[in-house]
Design a protein around this ligand. Structure first.
Ligand SMILES: C[S@@+](CC[C@H](N)C(=O)[O-])C[C@H]1O[C@@H](n2cnc3c(N)ncnc32)[C@H](O)[C@@H]1O
Length: 528
């Protein structure tokens, strides 16, 4: 119904906006590839000066703010990029990517409802990797989240974009918050920082990050993308867990975490599944009966999305969280993926983290860490992560607490280089950054020539980027014929410093080379 309504209005609206789009296009073409990404001084959602300090409670929005957000989102459904021409519908272009050639549709404008969105969309179009509907949908979610959690005194100052994919939600929130911060004065002002977390940091996310930073360079220190699993996240009440399209069980893990630890949450669930195997381990004990009913029912369930989301909201409410539900315009979402569930700790301090008695059958991990599994990389593992199952933890966890030390730690974990180092280390024997391999040698007559330094030099003088450290292992062994042997440990260390890790396979290759070099360099020496 609404859709038809906008289609009738469309020709009138788009004519007007395309005039400004054209005036932008001339300047954009004049400075190809370089955009002027300007911010408004005042954002329409809030005019007052913001005083923010390190607090853990999240703000609740006023009815006025809420109406304003709804009006802005509704207006976005009439954006010139929604209807590119009179014959093309938005849904037929759902998955069309925004490219440089579409930039004219996101002109600089004095219209406050479009201005920030257009700046965001221009950067996305520059990257050229994101479907158009995703841009609208994410921005609409961000408007609700920004208004519901980030505004005002006591507003959340750290967000973790869970299952971040392209990281668009995080960027949208940063841009909205940045416009707010411009009018913030005083020592208590602290800009939002975001942490994106995804099991795979896609190459596209890096391209989008580069495009965003070209437009908004001052946001660099506020953005981190860590490649890691949700299960490795250490939640904290000072950090909002936000996720758009958290597939199936991810939504339930987030709901269960929020309900049990009083962590603010904003989630758009998707890919609803009722398989017991999937749902049972992640169902919240606070709504176990509802989850159990869904899992036990036979036959098709056309209202699965509604019932599952209802169980999720009930779990949050039963735990004592204050909840809210918003619906993103169906114009750019699939109908059962458009619910935004919001949960925050009540302001009166009544929330107490607890577990309901005797309802849940959630499977507990048998042991914290398997024998021989990777030891913790840093002190962050001392706090409980979302799923401390060794299978997921692998000695690495991501703390999202909004404190200086935790933010700094996350910054060190962020980015491609750090992610690749972790992967390399995971594949190494004993998960060591510097693989160690032993060698036992029959000593030459001139034993003195075969020193640890001389052995190390065989590799160090031939290969850049590696520094071998050699040490003796155990005592000299003498056989019945009086032949003497000594074992040595070779530790292959990357000499490139920083986060670089030497791969186990590379170390093995160097070690094999040693087997050939040693007898030639030390006459009489023999590898055992
Ligand atoms: C449907 S996509 C959503 C991406 C993004 N939020 C969006 O709206 O486009 C789901 C994302 O969840 C990620 N994911 C799946 N399992 C995960 C896990 N255990 N921990 C973290 N991320 C996970 C996937 O890699 C994928 O990027």
């Amino acid at each position: 119904m609404l859709l038809h309504h906008w289609r009738i209005l469309l020709p009138l609206i788009t004519t007007d906006l395309r005039v400004s789009a054209f005036s932008f296009s001339t300047t954009a073409r004049a400075s190809r590839g370089k955009f002027e990404c300007q911010f408004p001084k005042h954002h329409p959602l809030r005019a007052s000066t913001k005083q923010i300090s390190e607090q853990t409670s999240s703000s609740s929005q006023s009815e006025e703010q809420r109406i304003s957000v709804h009006e802005t989102i509704e207006k976005l459904t009439r954006h010139p990029a929604v209807y590119w021409d009179e014959t093309t519908t938005f849904s037929s272009l759902h998955n069309k990517k925004l490219k440089m050639r579409h930039i004219d549709l996101f002109a600089e404008t004095s219209d406050e409802d479009y201005r920030l969105f257009n700046g965001f969309a221009r950067a996305v179009a520059q990257a050229g990797r994101v479907a158009r509907k995703e841009v609208f949908e994410t921005w609409a979610s961000a408007l609700h989240i920004h208004s519901g959690f980030l505004l005002g005194e006591g507003g959340t100052r750290r967000v973790c974009d869970v299952a971040a994919g392209h990281g668009l939600l995080a960027w949208a929130l940063l841009i909205l918050d940045d416009a707010e911060s411009k009018s913030c004065e005083g020592e208590g002002c602290r800009p939002l920082t975001v942490l994106c977390l995804d099991v795979v940091m896609p190459r596209n996310a890096e391209l989008i990050q580069a495009a965003m930073l070209e437009c908004f360079p001052h946001l660099e220190s506020r953005f981190d993308y860590v490649e890691g699993r949700l299960e490795q996240l250490i939640p904290h009440p000072s950090c909002l867990l936000a996720s758009v399209h958290a597939c199936g069980p991810l939504s339930d893990v987030l709901v269960a975490t929020s309900a049990s630890s009083g962590v603010p949450l904003a989630v758009v669930p998707c890919c609803h599944s009722r398989k017991r195997k999937v749902l049972e381990p992640v169902a919240s004990p606070f709504a176990w009966d509802l989850y159990d009913e869904i899992m036990s029912e036979d036959g098709s369930m056309p209202d699965l999305a509604d019932r599952l989301d209802h169980a999720r909201v009930t779990a949050l409410r039963n735990s004592g969280m204050v909840t809210d539900e918003e619906y993103l315009p169906t114009l750019y979402t699939d109908t059962d993926k458009n619910r935004l569930i919001l949960a925050r700790v009540p302001d009166d301090g009544s929330f107490q983290s607890s577990k309901p008695q005797g309802q849940a059958k959630v499977k507990k991990p048998k042991r914290q860490r398997r024998k021989g599994s990777m030891p913790p990389l840093d002190e962050s593992t001392s706090t409980k992560s979302i799923n401390p199952n060794a299978k997921y933890l692998r000695g690495f966890s991501v703390p999202c607490e909004d404190s200086e030390t935790r933010r700094a730690l996350v910054s060190r974990q962020a980015g491609r280089e750090a992610a690749d180092s972790r992967k390399a280390m995971m594949h190494n024997r004993n998960h060591s950054a510097s693989p160690r391999l032993n060698m036992s040698l029959w000593l030459p007559e001139n034993e003195g020539a075969l020193s640890e330094e001389a052995l190390a030099d065989l590799i160090n003088s031939r290969h850049d980027g590696v520094a071998v450290e050699v040490s003796k292992v155990g005592e000299i062994y003498t056989n019945s014929e009086g032949r003497r042997s000594q074992s040595y440990r070779f530790e292959y260390v990357s000499s490139e410093g920083g986060k670089s890790i030497l791969k186990f396979d590379d170390a093995k290759r160097l070690h094999r080379e040693l087997y050939e070099l040693v007898p030639k360099a030390f006459i009489g020496a023999e590898c055992r």
